[in-house]
Design a protein around this ligand. Structure first.
Ligand code: AMP
Length: 162
């Protein structure tokens, strides 16, 4: 369980570590891989969410899935990707959160995931929580914990600052 003081500071402003949906690069399942490759190259990310036309989270698209698809046809050129859709190669969403306040889950999952999609109770995409944004919040915590809480060692002389 997360320490209550730590949780309180991290949760002071949950919105601060959510990148809102309107600025998250995404593709739709019906897009061609040619289009998806353009989006991925432009934004420079290796994995982005796949959304339906009504903004439901449907999957994740990895750059490696696009290049694998290209490499399956010997000598294929990029325009070959216009015959394949995102739906053909996207992966299912294994991990997501429906509440940015579920810190225990978020911190545990972000050990292995670079980002987590955030959805509402209807799976409508709300944004993402990235390792970077959480790390910024943890940085804030590291510098502000003793401004708001009195942190006293349980055993005397346990803090070695050498
Ligand atoms: P970061 O922690 O900023 O390196 O982001 C981790 C991952 O989150 C990136 O590699 C992307 O897969 C994803 N990501 C971050 N920001 C965006 C964004 N604005 N649009 C789409 N995906 C993003």
């Amino acid at each position: 369980m997360i320490d209550a003081a730590v949780e309180q500071l991290l949760l002071e402003d949950p919105k601060s570590y959510v990148i809102p949906a309107d600025i998250v690069a995404n593709v739709t399942a019906t897009n061609t891989l040619e289009h998806a490759l353009m989006v991925l190259s432009k934004v420079g990310y290796t994995r982005i969410p796949v959304l339906s036309a009504d903004d439901h989270l449907q999957g994740l698209l990895a750059l490696s899935a696009v290049t694998n698809s290209l490499l399956q046809v010997p000598g294929a050129a990029v325009d070959q990707l216009s015959t394949v859709t995102v739906a053909d190669v996207m992966s299912p969403v294994e991990h997501y959160v429906d509440d940015p306040r579920k810190l225990e889950k978020i911190l545990n999952l972000l050990v292995d995931e670079p980002f987590l999609p955030l959805v509402d109770d209807q799976m409508v995409f709300q944004g993402i929580i990235t390792r970077r944004e959480i790390l910024k919040r943890v940085n804030y915590l590291a510098h502000n914990l003793d401004r708001q809480f009195e942190v006293i060692p349980r055993v005397a002389d346990t803090i070695d600052r050498s």
